[in-house]
Ligand binder design. Structure first.
Ligand SMILES: [Zn+2]
Length: 202
């Protein structure tokens, strides 16, 4: 059987009401390692706002179609919607908004503990979110490349190709001989009908 792997970006979550970074002015600067270190309080205000949006959102037909067809996913999204749609195999290369961890002792906390303090209850170290910030290496790189390289077909859904992560993943698939199918709002490509309908909505 043909092995399909999906690689998804912000476009897939747009129909769930999650704004893309293009829609959010200056967000890239604020989600940087520099900004986290220099203006931690405002950084967390921004992140808490994003977390509130994510918590309100629901997986849409596209997340659900991928989960229902048991397609493993590599995603650049931090919204957790693939997991909530029921996908079992999800590699979040840009991290998630589920946890924070102490930069000093490594202890992990639920993201919501930020409401009380941005410092570790155990050692008072600064807590850092599991989101991959601009200026940092992507997470689970090797795991993602190996999954993508195992595909006969890579479905690229809702990415703007703005980030280098996109080109790295697509190049890895091509190098491994996979067929790459791009599904974007404006793409005029041959795509499986069930997914196209999901992405484009009704
Ligand atoms: Zn600690």
């Amino acid at each position: 059987m043909k092995r399909i792997v999906a690689f998804t970006g912000a476009g897939i979550s747009k129909a769930s009401g999650i704004p893309t970074f293009q829609d959010m002015d200056g967000i890239r600067e604020k989600l940087s390692l520099d900004y986290f270190m220099s203006d931690t309080k405002d950084f967390y205000d921004v992140l808490q706002g994003m977390k509130r949006n994510v918590d309100k959102a629901l997986p849409n037909a596209a997340h659900i179609a991928i989960a229902d067809h048991d397609i493993p996913v590599v995603t650049m999204n931090i919204d957790g919607l693939h997991k909530r749609a029921g996908s079992k195999k999800v590699i979040e290369v840009h991290g998630n908004l589920d946890y924070v961890f102490c930069m000093k002792c490594g202890k992990e906390y639920d993201f919501s503990c930020i409401d009380d303090s941005i410092y570790c209850a155990q050692c008072n170290g600064l807590l850092k979110p599991e989101v991959v910030l601009y200026g940092e290496m992507i997470a689970k790189y090797h795991e993602a490349i190996s999954l993508i390289s195992s595909a006969d077909e890579l479905l690229v859904v809702g990415t703007s190709f703005y980030t280098s992560t996109s080109s790295i993943m697509v190049e890895a698939a091509e190098a491994a001989g996979a067929k790459v199918t791009t599904i974007n709002m404006d793409a005029e490509t041959e795509v499986p009908g069930y997914l196209r309908r999901c992405i484009e909505g009704d």
